[in-house]
Design a binder for this molecule. Structure first.
Ligand SMILES: [Zn+2]
Ligand SMILES: [Zn+2]
Length: 332
């Protein structure tokens, strides 16, 4: 089968490798949609990766060995978290907390290939009316902001700021609107802001051109934001959000960064702000996401490019240039 490898420094290779065979409770999935994620950037541009990348996958089960319930022909979304299945975190559905966590597409082979070997437990059946493309977006791109927004406990009419109009930020925008929030989106790219506007963000603010503090004050009548979401992952963004939160406002950190300097007196005592981070979705939230999609969440409109695996080099060129929504590797 064909499979993609990251060789490091942005170089890619598509080569022929043996098709995997299932053993025990593992299944082989024919990959129908594998979506490219910002998380791929690190290994793609950096050291490369010994395994096949791709952790946002959906497809059809084509081979089983001794499954509990999976059958050949099942349509499934593949959760990338391979876990022990019996620790307290697994039982709670917080799979990414499992001490034995291994990730498909990082620690073991992922879905930028024709076939994917996965434990049966990672495969969630998807209903007929949910496309493979949508299913591949649920397992990370929607799951992460879905949980972030749920944990922020938005109330109707809340005034929310989302920093970053990439796929995660736009996913957060869609979900926050479903909670009845009014949403401002901030991004340095006008083309990304245009996408946010098309999905109903109002206002959209370019911090490179506008005075964020003034713009938020104008929008909120001087009160400040109820909630800010950092979907970029940068200290400057988090600080900018903290600066324009209302008293007792909340900062939700979704994007990955490695530094944030707080002033406990100003942020935590005087203004009583809440700050929390959130990583991925809880396994029990899958049905909730299916319900949101069925109620008309325009998730597929986030997909701007589709390429077959044989043209993956072009797909990653588009992804790296950044003037895109979600880029998918699809069967073809
Ligand atoms: Zn991802
Ligand atoms: Zn576990």
């Amino acid at each position: 089968m064909l499979a993609l490898h990251f060789l490091g420094d942005g170089k890619l290779e598509i080569k022929d490798v043996p098709r995997p065979e299932p053993k025990g409770r593992e299944v082989v999935v024919k990959v129908k949609s594998a979506s490219i994620c910002g998380t791929d950037r690190e290994n793609l541009l950096g050291p490369g990766q010994p395994t096949i990348p791709g952790h946002e996958n959906a497809g059809e089960i084509v081979a089983v060995d001794k499954p509990a319930t999976a059958r050949v022909g099942d349509r499934v979304a593949v959760n990338c978290h391979v876990t022990c299945g019996h620790c307290e975190h697994c039982l709670n559905g917080d799979l990414y907390f499992c001490p034995e966590l291994k990730a498909i597409g990082f620690d073991r082979d992922g879905g930028y290939a024709e076939y994917l070997l996965a434990p049966e437990a990672c495969c969630t059946p998807i209903p007929e009316d949910i496309s493979f493309e949508t299913a591949s977006l649920l397992v990370d791109m929607l799951g992460t902001p879905f949980r972030a927004v749920k944990r922020a406990r938005l109330v109707p009419g809340a005034q929310v700021g989302i920093w970053g109009a990439g796929p995660i930020g736009l996913g957060a925008l869609m979900v926050a609107q479903r909670f009845g929030a009014r949403v401002a989106v901030l991004d340095l790219s006008d083309s990304r802001l245009a996408m946010a506007k098309a999905f109903g963000a109002d206002p959209v603010i370019n911090p490179g051109k506008a005075d964020v503090k003034q713009a938020v004050a104008d929008w909120t009548g001087g009160r400040g934001l109820d909630v800010g979401f950092d979907c970029v992952g940068h200290e400057r963004v988090a600080m900018q959000a903290l600066d324009v939160l209302k008293k007792r406002g909340t900062l939700v950190v979704v994007g990955v960064s490695h530094k944030l300097t707080l002033n406990p007196w100003e942020h935590l005592i005087c203004r009583e702000l809440t700050i929390f981070g959130t990583r991925n979705f809880n396994a029990r939230e899958f049905d909730g996401m299916i319900g949101l999609v069925r109620s008309g969440l325009p998730l597929e409109k986030l997909i701007t490019h589709r390429f077959p695996l044989s043209r993956a080099v072009e797909a990653f060129d588009v992804f790296r240039k950044g003037e895109c929504g979600k880029v998918l590797i699809v069967e073809g």
